[in-house]
Write a protein that binds this ligand. Structure first.
Ligand SMILES: [Fe+2]
Ligand SMILES: [Fe+2]
Length: 183
């Protein structure tokens, strides 16, 4: 008896996402090692922690595929991108990476809607929200760097920024949780 509740196209696109999340974890690891070598211990700390978050995303997708009776496929990963030139490029690359991942999540949601696979659609919504958080987090990093002087930031302001970033929360505040007391 076939107990797989996932269609072949859904199982395939979810397995693509397993690899994407694992690739993302590698990218964050690589950028974290770069940041640490450049002296940005705070940024490195954030990126190392974020690499773990991407692995958690991977685990969620693997767990979901298996839970629905499918088979998660573990494959080789792509090499991480080359080191960024500076902090500005590092954050810009990360932002683009997150936007690309959001596109991949939307493709999963689109396909699940097309197939009326509401279980996968429902599962995908967690990732839709997560991607709002991730994009917000990196937008905040870019904003902070801009205030510090962007590509022309002084060493003193970069040191201050790095310290702040190392201590910040992993999750960004979302508009849906805002109120007049907590804008
Ligand atoms: Fe992710
Ligand atoms: Fe991410």
């Amino acid at each position: 008896m076939d107990t797989n509740r996932l269609s072949k196209p859904i199982e395939d696109i979810l397995n693509k996402q397993v690899k994407k999340e694992a690739d993302a974890a590698q990218t964050y690891l690589s950028y974290a090692a770069w940041a640490d070598s450049e002296g940005y211990a705070g940024v490195a700390n954030l990126l190392f922690r974020h690499s773990g978050e991407e692995r958690n995303h991977m685990m969620k997708v693997i767990g979901y595929i298996q839970e629905r009776g499918g088979r998660a496929r573990i494959t080789a990963l792509v090499a991480p991108p080359k080191d960024p030139k500076n902090l500005q490029e590092c954050f810009e690359k990360i932002f683009q990476h997150e936007v690309d991942n959001t596109t991949a999540i939307y493709e999963i949601v689109n396909l699940s809607q097309k197939e009326k696979d509401w279980a996968t659609w429902n599962f995908g919504q967690w990732f839709v929200k997560e991607q709002i958080e991730e994009e917000t987090l990196v937008m905040d990093l870019l904003d902070k760097l801009k205030i510090a002087g962007g590509p022309k930031a002084s060493n003193a302001s970069l040191l201050y920024l790095d310290n702040k970033i190392g201590k910040q929360e992993d999750d960004a505040d979302l508009a849906r949780d805002a109120s007049v007391d907590n804008p």
